[in-house]
Design a protein around this ligand. Sequence first.
Ligand SMILES: [Mg+2]
Length: 262
Amino acid sequence: MEINNFDRQSAAAGIVYGRKKAALFVSALLMIHFGLITSGIAQENLSKEIRWVRQSVEYAAVCKQTYFAAWRAVKSMAPAQQGDWAVVLDIDETVLDNSQYQVELFERGESFSYATWNRWVERKESAAVPGVKAFLDSVRAIGPHAHVAFITNRDAKLDPATEGNLKALGLWGDGDVLMGRRERADTKEVRRQEVITGTGRCEGLGTRTIIALIGDQVGDFFEPADGVSYEELKTQVLEHPDFGVRFFALPNPMYGDWERGY
Ligand SMILES: [Mg+2]
C-alpha cells in the first residue's frame, strides 16, 4: 500500500509516533520481517543484487526518500515558473520495477536479450518503484502548468505496452508524454529537447521548462561524452550542481551502463 500524495503524508506524519500507532507500526514491522524470512528461503539462490531490490526494506526506503526529495524540490521550484513546466522520468528501474524479469532470467540461466525483454514488456506486469505514485500524484495536483514526460530507451514500438502497464498501476495521467527510442540517433537528449522546445513528438504542446529529471542511469540526466572514463564521469557527477537539486538518481544494482564502463 502506498499513500498517494506526499502532502497528505506529511500532514499525517505528526500522529505516526503516538503510542497506539507505534505499537501497530512495530507489529507491522514484525509481520514484514517474518514474511521476508519466508520468501528469503525460497529465493536464497538469487543473486544479491536481485534480492536487495526485491527483499530489502532499505531499497524501498532509498527509492521513497529520493522521490520525496524530488517532490520537495519540485514543490519549491514550481511557483517561480513562467508558463508550462515538466518533470522527466526514465521508465525502467525508475518508474517500473522489472526485477521479476531478472528473476526469470536467473531461473532460466539466461542473460538479457531483446527477445525476452520485449516479451516481458508486452506482458505489462512490471511493478511500481516505491514512491513514484505519490510523486506523480503530487506533481499533477499542482495544476495545469505541471506536466509529466516519460523518456525511455525501450523500443518506441513498445510504447502502447508501456502505457498499458503505467495505466494498470495508476501511474499514467491525461496529457502525459511517453517517448520510447526510435533509433540509435534518438538519444534521450534529443527527446529532452523535444519536450523543451515543443517539437517532434511534442509538436503542438508548447514550450516547457524541465524542472526535474529522475532516473537510474547517468544518461537519464545528461549525455556522457564518448570515451569518457569512469573516473572522469564520476568527477563530473560529483561536481555537477544539479544532483539533489534538479537531478534525482535511483539505485539500480541489477544492470546498467556501469557494467561496460560507460
Ligand atoms: Mg532506467
